[in-house]
Design a protein around this ligand. Structure first.
Ligand SMILES: Nc1ncnc2c1ncn2[C@@H]1O[C@H](COP(=O)(O)OP(=O)(O)O)[C@@H](O)[C@H]1O
Ligand SMILES: [Mg+2]
Length: 192
């Protein structure tokens, strides 16, 4: 019997940074249309696992399949949206919340980066989902930690990818933002 390839499958994954084995022979299946939590102590390899799934890290051995595809193929097909644990943001750079969320649409815009009505609508929907509509024109340098994290979650939502990976979405985040992010993830899973 052949199994459905839907979801994320990691098999026998080993990742080394020099001499350090960050992951050793890790096997995980993440099924679609549900919220799955990954829990572990600091340094246990959670970020390494997510980075391997999105193809930012090349494993020493093992396989990663997203709906049956390799990480690079999955990225080309917009199967994966990703919110990294830490984002190298220049808070002084004059960019608004809306600008950051629009970055989630780059993959839809082709190389001309022409913004279409569908892009604007996806950005508006994402901002609404994380309660940032009122702050859309604010510079990111003037956001709280929770608001900034919600901005990155909104960018990920605007991408309209199939699977969303969030690395420590509640770190440094206020309770209200945590509730908002939790609700969004549950709603998306309930909607399939
Ligand atoms: N770029 C890196 N270079 C060397 N070691 C790293 C690097 N990134 C992570 N590690 C090490 O790999 C292990 C797993 O780290 P990480 O995946 O970040 O864990 P977690 O996200 O669960 O806190 C830790 O021992 C960490 O110190
Ligand atoms: Mg981590």
């Amino acid at each position: 019997m052949s199994e459905s390839p839907d979801g994320i499958r990691v098999e026998g994954l080993t990742v080394r940074y020099g001499q350090t084995a960050a992951l050793e022979n890790a096997t995980v299946t993440i099924r679609p249309s549900r919220v799955t939590g990954l829990i572990g102590t600091n340094g246990s390899g959670k970020s390494t696992l997510l980075n391997s799934i999105v193809g930012r890290i090349r494993p020493s051995s093992g396989t990663v399949r997203i709906d049956g595809r390799s990480p690079s193929s999955a990225r080309q097909r917009n199967l994966i949206g990703y919110v990294p644990q830490t984002e190298a943001v220049d808070r002084e750079f004059p960019v608004s919340v809306r600008d950051v969320v629009m970055m989630g649409r780059y993959g839809h815009q082709g190389f001309t980066r022409r913004v279409r009505p569908a892009d604007r609508e996806a950005v508006d929907r994402a901002l609404e989902r994380v309660d940032l509509t009122a702050l859309a024109e604010r510079q990111i340098g003037a956001l709280s930690g929770g608001q900034l994290k919600r901005t990155f979650v909104a960018r990920c939502l605007a991408q309209e990818a199939v699977h969303l990976l969030l690395d420590e979405p509640f770190a440094g985040v206020d309770k209200a933002s945590e509730r908002t992010i939790t609700r969004v993830l549950r709603d998306l899973a309930d909607d399939g």
